[in-house]
Write a protein that binds this ligand. Structure first.
Ligand code: 9WO
Length: 245
């Protein structure tokens, strides 16, 4: 099953370059996903093709007019069977891997990229299924968050990344940070690769990686450990690390 992404934006050409590069471009070439970019201005009907207007009630700045947005959403999603309309904004539900997995169940996803101070509230009420946020910060538009979401979703389409990477994605769902990675040379400017990785005992390497993942999670994201199901040995290991890192 091919997942289809439609992106509604005032800057389709800026997004196209990124979608054609690297992993996303290959996935599209192989027919595993489809990317369709739509210029919002094409759906403006007045002679100046305006997509923004002044905000009711006064104040600084402009808001995206409802008519072009509604026409565009209706035109693009009219053949959606199992689709989702998403607006990227700091007011949305925070994106995390569990949300990415949930969204990967949709066959069609329409991403709306706002500009200015946002879109007319009636579009959110009547045409948008949900708002997604990448975090508590403000950009100049939803384009970069849209690309991030497309990339996170495309990685989950079967066949896009190799078996090993998709297994690692599953291991991320165990809620730990990644263990540290090294490649050649064995000593780089006086810094050595941990000896155990050079010895090639796979059982010991696995155990080391699990411990390192626990150690790093404790150090950088202790909040993640609270949600976790750990073995008794792992609890003891963490308690030991807490006392003496
Ligand atoms: C602009 C602005 C200007 C003057 C006063 C208040 C203002 N608020 C905004 C604003 O929030 N603009 C947003 C820009 C409107 C929606 C699209 N934009 C956006 C999306 N910025 N950041 C995001 C975003 C989306 C998802 N995750 C993180 C950030």
């Amino acid at each position: 099953m091919t997942q289809r992404f439609d992106i509604l934006t005032l800057f389709p050409e800026a997004l196209r370059a990124y979608l054609q590069a690297s992993l996303l471009g290959k996935a599209a070439e192989r027919g595993l996903v489809q990317f369709h970019l739509h210029q919002l201005r094409d759906y403006a009907t007045d002679k100046h093709r305006r997509v923004d207007d002044e905000v009711y009630g006064g104040g600084e700045g402009m808001v995206m007019k409802p008519e072009p947005l509604a026409s565009a959403i209706e035109a693009v999603s009219k053949e959606y069977r199992k689709g989702r309309v998403i607006y990227l904004s700091p007011q949305g539900r925070k994106l995390e891997q569990a949300v990415v997995r949930e969204l990967s169940a949709y066959d069609e996803i329409l991403l709306i990229c706002g500009r200015y101070e946002g879109i007319d509230e009636r579009i959110l009420e009547g045409w948008v299924d949900e708002e997604i946020s990448l975090g508590d910060f403000v950009l100049c538009g939803g384009e970069l968050p849209a690309l991030a979401l497309v990339e996170a979703l495309t990685r989950l389409v079967p066949g896009v990344v190799g078996k090993e990477a998709s297994l690692r994605e599953e291991s991320f769902s165990d809620g730990l940070l990644e263990y540290p990675h090294y490649t050649r040379p064995p000593v780089f400017r006086g810094r050595s690769v941990p000896e155990i990785l050079l010895q090639g005992n796979y059982g010991e390497i696995q155990a080391w990686r699990r411990k390192e993942a626990l150690r790093r999670t404790l150090e950088k994201r202790p909040d993640l450990l609270e949600r976790l199901q750990l073995s008794e040995a792992e609890r003891r290991h963490i308690d030991a690390l807490r006392k003496q890192p």
